[in-house]
Write a protein that binds this ligand. Structure first.
Ligand code: PHB
Length: 394
């Protein structure tokens, strides 16, 4: 009789436990754990400041949410990728395989990001690109796990090609670092410029991240094109613009560029960048409340004005937030999380944007003029510009 009662009680306890367990939401076991974000960005080298801006703004957004997204604490693992493609696979594996991050975020340099995409794909790890513009990332390598909150190298370059024509140029010389980003930017510029009747008369290039520009400037001076189009960024961009002015070219041959040339670099140009016209998906002086609030908070926290890289990092965190919200923080629900991210409208400081089917921003490209340390918006070079996403089958 006593035994019977004990058995009955044990049975009831088991049933209660089962019932309780079914009341606990899926993923609760995991909910106590932080979501691990792997930040793979340059902390050294010519793109160091760009990596810092991305990291700063990503963290700022998370802090604004109280350090959690969808109820999950955010924990970081970081690697300095040095903008070195030769070390990229090993560095990405450190975060994805060793640290088992839930999401990989990075990087600035296209060649490094291409290697990261392969690592992320092997493990089906969510990968958000907050800068690198390599067309293949949302082209032939497009994938359900891969999202970009920045641009393709084609986007601002194509818009600049159209704007250069409108500003009266008929011939142009191009100059860039010889790697994916520069090659694609030159291609995008030439595509728009030549479609409208312009001619690229010479394509010049030097290895990344070299800054010995003198021979190229001499060649440009002797070719006397109507305009010069370049792709440079970071510390190298500041050096180039100083050298262009010192060679006496600034007043005789208009210098055009994707706006990376002058974003975050005007101060280091010491006035040599004044008046430069560039095209980019961000600008100073945008008339939108989201941007103003972002700029105030960023400036207050980091003591420096945000630039395009900061915006892209901020938006990477916003996009992750959308995904996490959709699954109540349960990162194991990959398909649902990615579907929500794909459908997101991001309320960006640059202006709201959506993602293309290939997961790249569809966005306005602004025309800007450098004044003091600002790239002031002077118009829209291309409205809601979507990358053609060649080779993407998803
Ligand atoms: C790139 O490598 O894709 C890249 C690097 C720096 C920029 C823009 C693009 O400012």
């Amino acid at each position: 009789m006593r035994k019977d009662l004990q058995a009955r009680r044990a049975f009831v306890r088991t049933m209660v436990a089962v019932a309780m367990a079914s009341l606990v939401p899926l993923g609760a076991a995991q909910a106590a754990d932080p979501v691990k974000v792997g930040l793979m960005l340059p902390a050294t080298g010519t793109f160091a400041a760009l990596g810092t801006a991305i990291s700063n703004a990503f963290r700022l957004y998370v802090e604004e949410q109280g350090g959690t997204l969808a109820g999950r604490e955010i924990q970081y693992a970081t690697v300095d990728d040095e903008s070195d493609p030769a070390k990229a696979t090993e560095n990405a594996n450190r975060l994805v395989v060793r640290d088992r991050v839930d999401v990989l975020v990075g990087t600035v340099h296209s060649g490094v990001a291409l290697a990261m995409a392969r690592v992320a794909r092997q493990r089906d790890t969510l990968f958000i690109v907050p800068n690198a513009g390599a067309g293949d990332l949302t082209g032939s390598l497009c994938a359900p796990n891969l999202f970009r909150t920045s641009f393709t190298n084609w986007q601002p370059a194509y818009a600049m090609g159209q704007a250069a024509l409108e500003r009266g140029a008929k011939s142009a010389v191009t100059l860039t670092w010889n790697y994916a980003a520069g090659q694609e930017a030159v291609k995008g510029f030439a595509q728009a410029f030549e479609a409208g009747g312009g001619k690229v008369v010479r394509e010049l290039a030097l290895p990344f991240p070299n800054v010995e520009f003198q021979a190229y400037l001499t060649e440009i001076a002797s070719l006397k094109p109507d305009a010069v189009y370049v792709f440079f960024a970071g510390a190298g961009a500041a050096k180039f613009v100083r050298d262009y002015a010192a060679a006496g070219l600034k007043d005789s041959i208009p210098l055009y560029s994707s706006g990376f040339l002058t974003d975050g670099t005007l101060e280091a140009m010491g006035g040599a960048g004044e008046g430069l016209i560039t095209a980019l998906h961000y600008a100073d002086g945008l008339d939108n409340a989201r941007d103003q609030a972002f700029r105030e908070k960023y400036q207050a926290k980091y003591g420096i004005a945000p630039d395009v890289y900061a915006v892209q990092g901020y938006d990477a965190a916003q996009l992750l937030h959308v995904g996490l919200e959709a699954v109540g923080g349960d990162v194991r629900k990959k398909a649902e999380m990615r579907a929500a991210m794909r459908a997101a409208t991001i309320d960006s400081p640059r202006g709201a944007f959506t993602l293309s089917a290939a997961h790249n921003p569809v966005q306005d490209i602004y025309l800007r003029r450098a004044e003091g340390n600002q790239n002031l918006v002077i118009g829209i070079a291309a409205e809601k510009l979507a990358d053609p996403a060649e080779g993407c089958n998803m």
